[in-house]
Design a binder for this molecule. Structure first.
Ligand SMILES: *Cc1c(COP(=O)(O)O)cnc(C)c1O
Length: 512
């Protein structure tokens, strides 16, 4: 009988992705001499070795790369399509409000898109400090409660001329028209949100064509100006033809309005530009997409005999999804039911770290092992040990299992694509499900061409208990089980192998 040699993880990934084991794995990950690198410079294996897992690695230079790449693709697209309008890259801050993310995007030249009153407050403070320069637009989207409108008006009255409230409902207009200083105003087209029934959640945003006409009339009779037409299709739209087809109608809508509103100068296609963070085989021709979009706008504008607008994109996921990675460690293996894959029990909570895995149908993340590439590959499912919740599993029960090295305890996984939305939805700094503490974080940023890093320790129990309202006397109970140093710690118990090695090194270091 011929004994078939089992395929290793490295061979599996070569088969599936054509990846040789060294070099470029995705547009944000490379592998060099067996070490996984984020953005070419953050060595994830070394970070796991020195800090242990779980660890949140935040590499802000990747945000700069994303903005710069898009600017370069847009420049190519403008040249190819002979597009005479400008291209403006805005960062949709709701994808990640962390100061290091917002400030990096701004330093890379991004304009600002807000989704809430508090967001305008952040923009206002950054504008006052000069971190958000005068020449950058601040596009304010979403349904606006009175405090949101008040925050916009405060910013304008303080002297910021580039803030642009974008009408989501007609009844926002009255209080905006009351603003003492002249505003640039935008309108959001409702039809773009769900033109083909594929994006039902988008249907609630924006104005009908008749409401847009009504807003235009009211704005024309005021001291304010209508300058922007907003049309957003959806999010993570990987189907380029669908994206363009849906926007084509909106471009015509812009042109029809522009014919009798000469102050109109921006066409904003919102979010939806996809990120590579969710699928190792991801492909999207960004330059091709922008070229076709600009050609469509150019030709439609010619047909309507109006000038080409300045084109704005609001990039949320695309900007930040790939700049941050969670490192987690498998602590134990639990046999699956007969016929089902085994469980890899990880020192983390998947539903807390990756809330979109339970919120967004079919949501996936790129997951790459740091070690064990020469081990046989096998199907497994991950289960978060830090909650006792049957939903704390990845992938979801109806999705195919992961293919990972047959290594069990000590395997460390990089979960990628987590920089957008996950921390905001999960509530960064909050009290989480089953009191699962937030992992330690290493934040890399580039200062004058040099990479700096900063370490933020794991969220401590006292903070969590204080958030939940427990008085201080409850906090004196010892909360962490420390095994006496004389007892050898079984690998699969309490601490993962890498963490145990690190603890041991620290103990040795302290002893000297
Ligand atoms: C959320 C949002 C974005 C960002 O969307 P992504 O798909 O993450 O790029 C942009 N514009 C508006 C109005 C949004 O609501």
């Amino acid at each position: 009988m011929v004994q078939l040699k089992q395929q290793s993880y490295a061979e599996y990934i070569t088969d599936r992705q054509g990846f040789s084991g060294e070099g470029r794995l995705t547009d944000f990950l490379t592998r060099e001499r067996g070490q996984l690198m984020l953005g070419g410079r953050a060595n994830l294996n070394e970070l796991a070795e020195s800090h242990g897992a779980p660890l949140d690695v935040v590499y802000t230079p990747q945000i700069t790369t994303q903005v710069e790449r898009m600017h370069a693709w847009a420049a190519q697209a403008r040249a190819r399509s002979e597009y005479t309008g400008a291209f403006l890259y805005a960062y949709a801050t709701k994808a990640n409000f962390a100061a290091e993310a917002v400030e990096t995007a701004l330093a890379a030249g991004a304009h600002y898109e807000t989704s809430a009153a508090a967001d305008v407050t952040i923009a206002h403070s950054l504008w006052r400090q000069g971190i958000l320069p005068e020449n950058r637009l601040i596009c304010c989207n979403g349904s606006k409660e009175p405090n949101y409108i008040a925050a916009i008006c405060d910013l304008r009255v303080d002297g910021c001329e580039s803030v642009i409230p974008i009408l989501d409902d007609l009844d926002e207009l009255g209080s905006l028209l009351d603003c003492a200083a002249p505003l640039q105003i935008g309108v959001r087209e409702r039809a773009a949100g769900n033109r083909d029934g594929r994006h039902p959640g988008q249907d609630r945003f924006g104005l009908s064509a008749a409401e847009i006409e009504q807003a235009a009339v009211q704005i024309a009779a005021s001291q304010h100006r209508l300058v922007l037409y907003h049309a957003m299709v959806g999010s993570q739209i990987e189907d380029e033809a669908h994206f363009l087809d849906t926007l084509r109608e909106s471009v015509a809508g812009y042109c029809r309005l522009r014919r009798h509103v000469p102050s109109l100068r921006y066409l904003n296609f919102g979010g939806g530009v996809p990120t590579s963070g969710y699928d190792m085989g991801f492909q999207f021709d960004y330059a091709g997409f922008l070229t076709k979009l600009m050609m469509t706008i150019r030709d439609t504008c010619a047909a309507y005999d109006v000038p080409m607008p300045d084109l704005i994109g609001e990039f949320g996921r695309y900007t930040v999804a790939t700049h941050s990675v969670f490192l987690i460690e498998v602590g134990a293996v639990k046999a699956g039911q007969p016929g089902d894959p085994d469980w890899y029990l990880v020192n983390s909570s998947l539903m807390v770290s990756l809330p979109d895995s339970i919120l967004v149908e079919g949501q996936e993340f790129v997951i790459v092992p740091l070690n064990g590439w020469d081990r046989p590959v096998r199907p497994v499912r991950l289960a978060g040990r830090r909650t006792c919740d049957s939903d704390d599993v990845y992938p979801r029960p109806h999705q195919a299992p992961l293919m990972l090295p047959d290594m069990g305890a000590g395997l460390i996984l990089a979960i990628c694509g987590v920089g957008a939305y996950q921390q905001m939805i999960s509530g960064r700094g909050g009290a989480h499900h089953c009191l699962s503490p937030e992992p330690a974080r290493v934040i890399f940023s580039e200062v004058a061409g040099r990479l700096r890093s900063r370490y933020v320790p794991q969220q401590d129990q006292v903070t969590i208990m204080r958030l939940l309202g427990y008085p201080p006397q409850h906090m004196t109970v010892p909360l962490r089980f420390e095994r006496p140093a004389t007892l050898p710690a079984p690998r699969s118990l309490a601490l993962g192998a890498a963490t145990a090695r690190r603890r041991m090194r620290e103990r040795v270091a302290r002893a000297h």
